[in-house]
Design a protein. Structure first.
Length: 250
């Protein structure tokens, strides 16, 4: 059976599309789905576009039209955890839609997407990656090292860290130090992006395993827009390299 691979932006997609063999394309919903073989594995590769709605649309098509067995998002994110640096990689064990919730007292209080406390309350927050898949991923990455980023790409000479944890998703680009600190403090997110929370929600509905791999292109603070432009190409390659390492256990 086939592996579905999602990316949001061209810089993420390029590292995988260039390695695709026996490729053929199909257009659906104004989106190109490339079928082919990646390192000997049958895949469908799609550039979903930015944001939760785009991801939900393309993930639904991968599940229903292409009948994939697993969906992986490979891409970049902003860092929230102060222990992490540009180039480090966060693999989600849970994703949370941080922009879903209740607005009270002038601010948003995050709550499970699709729920309201006084209407359909729940104690859940976020979507959890299946434990068996996560165990295989951890085993496969044991002892695996990415090459250090070049100085031009923000590298410090050390190999990038590969860590697991909560990734936050929302339809805003975070360029605010105070919000970065609050989201890390209140929700424990190690990285922030715009798609993974929707991927978890769709895959859970279809009963599909899923994975969200993110290399940090910026630190989601006051310089994030400048860091993203400078480092996105190099760090997207790291996410793609980890995905290709994981293909045999997906």
């Amino acid at each position: 059976m086939t592996i579905g691979i999602l990316c949001a932006i061209p810089q993420e997609l390029a590292h995988l599309r260039g390695a695709l063999e026996q490729a053929s394309g199909e257009e659906l919903a104004h989106t190109r789905f490339d079928k082919g073989r990646l390192d000997g594995h049958e895949v469908v590769l799609v550039g979903a576009g930015i944001g939760k709605v785009n991801t939900a649309l393309t993930a639904t098509l991968l599940a229903d039209r292409f009948r994939v067995r697993v969906i992986v998002f490979s891409g970049v994110a902003g860092g929230l955890d102060p222990e992490l640096s540009i180039g480090d990689v966060v693999i989600a064990d849970r994703t949370v839609q941080h922009d879903a919730g209740v607005i009270e007292d002038g601010r948003l209080h995050t709550y499970q997407a699709g729920h309201v406390p006084f209407f359909n309350p729940t104690d859940r927050l976020g979507y959890t990656v299946p434990a068996d898949l996560l165990a295989r991923v951890r085993d496969r990455l044991e002892g695996f090292e990415l090459p250090p980023l070049t100085a031009r790409a923000g590298g410090t000479g050390r190999p990038p860290k590969i860590v697991f944890g909560t990734i936050l998703s929302g339809d805003q680009y975070l360029h605010c130090e105070a919000t970065r600190e609050r989201l890390f403090r209140e929700l424990g997110g190690r990285a922030i992006e715009m798609e993974g929370g929707a991927l978890g929600q769709v895959c859970e509905a279809f009963g599909l395993p899923w994975l969200d791999l993110r290399a940090l292109s910026d630190l989601a603070g006051r310089d994030s827009r400048f860091d993203f432009a400078a480092f996105v190409d190099a760090v997207a390659a790291s996410s793609a390299a980890i995905l290709r390492r994981l293909l045999p256990v997906l």
